[in-house]
Design a protein around this ligand. Structure first.
Ligand code: 13P
Length: 365
């Protein structure tokens, strides 16, 4: 992958040529996804029919303002049903089904409101710096983009009521047991009591990358996601591959994404779950996936979700890119049809965060 050194990280290096992802995989992915939509039309079924487990387009009454706008924009089942064209005869029916599938796909794509998150990780060192960071977030125009912020656990309570533009405070982890004798843990029940409606889980820095002891795996994360959704909360669910897998090519990356999502396909409610794709090799390194490679991976993830959850879930669910995203690379990455937003680390601690929000708002307008 011809990754670019775009950030200020100290380990900027050229990515080996074997990281290049074949573009034909992207077109194959889209062909396949297109066929799925056409097939839904041929069968006279609703292209927005939700077929798996808990997946649905339902809306939570506890949803806060900024998230609500996105949820209202999501396609509803009736929309797809009206495009099915089941009564048209023969060739007309086929043509109608193809046209309907295209319209449905385009409508659903437009319906994905962009979403940008700022992950402050274990920063800042001093609470005296929080007001400045909060001001950066409040400077974002959230009229066309959902924004959330992940303060460090110690700072969540301070930040909880500080955002004037609807940015959602989104803690970086939770447990799957609730309140009780769980030293060092955070419970969604405590978050809800503070007016918090969303939590992030699965970050690679908690999955054990970067030499830190693994605090989560695919099993605990699936259990956590179910617990979060059952509690009526929304979730940002992080996935991503380490460099050794990326070096094997896109097929290996998507095989790993499939492993990381296998236990959550049935939980993927687009109104409640955002997927954050964060290639581990791009996090904090200044290396960014090229727009083409980010698009190929996002399209591949969406295809997996189409196959293992449903095409409707795949079309509606938002997939963020994370990994040295910044104001300079956001416009090109935002132009990719399957990049629905960003999960930003380092640049979320700087005023340029607002430019990232502006870039994707403009690209998806
Ligand atoms: P950077 O933007 O610093 O690479 O971090 C990405 C990330 O891990 C966000 O969760």
């Amino acid at each position: 992958m011809p990754a670019r050194a775009t950030g200020s990280g100290s380990e900027i290096a050229r990515t080996p040529p074997q990281l290049r992802a074949p573009r034909r995989v992207l077109s194959a992915a889209w062909r396949s996804l297109g066929l799925r939509f056409a097939a839904a039309g041929f069968q006279g079924t609703s292209a927005f029919e939700i077929t798996s487990g808990h997946a649905s387009l339902r809306r939570s009454p506890s949803t806060r303002t900024s998230g609500l706008a996105a949820k209202e924009a999501l396609p509803q089942p009736e929309q797809g049903a009206s495009f099915a064209g089941a009564s048209a005869p023969g060739g007309l029916q086929i043509a109608g089904a193809l046209a309907a599938a295209a319209v449905v796909g385009a409508t659903a794509r437009r319906a994905r409101k962009p979403v940008v998150g700022g992950n402050w990780k274990c920063n800042p060192e001093s609470m005296s710096k929080l007001d400045g960071l909060i001001a950066n977030i409040n400077a974002c125009d959230t009229s066309k983009c959902d924004v959330y912020v992940c303060p460090s656990p110690l700072h969540v309570a301070y930040c909880a009521d500080k955002f004037s533009n609807g940015a959602d405070v989104t803690p970086q982890n939770c447990n799957f047991k609730g309140c009780g004798a769980f030293t060092g843990e955070m419970a969604v029940e405590q978050m809800k009591d503070m007016g918090i409606t969303q939590v992030l889980i699965g970050h690679s820095e908690r999955r054990g990358e970067f030499g830190i002891f693994p605090m989560d795996d695919n099993n605990t994360l699936a259990t956590k996601l179910k617990y979060i959704l059952d509690a009526g909360m929304s979730c940002v669910f992080c996935i991503g591959e380490p460099k050794e897998i990326r070096e094997k090519g896109l097929d290996a990356v998507l095989a790993e994404m499939d492993v990381q999502m296998t236990q959550i396909y049935s939980l993927l409610d687009p109104a409640k779950v955002v997927i954050a794709y964060e290639p581990v090799w791009a996090i904090g390194t200044g290396l960014t996936a090229t727009p083409e490679d980010a698009q190929a991976t996002h399209a591949g993830i969406r295809k997996l979700i189409a196959e293992k959850a449903s095409p409707a879930v795949a079309e509606a669910i938002r997939i963020q890119y994370g990994g040295s995203a910044n104001a300079a690379n956001a416009p090109e990455l935002s132009a990719q049809p399957d990049v629905d937003g960003f999960l930003v680390g380092g640049a979320s601690l700087k005023p340029e965060f607002a430019e990232i929000v502006a870039a994707i708002s403009k690209a998806k307008a």
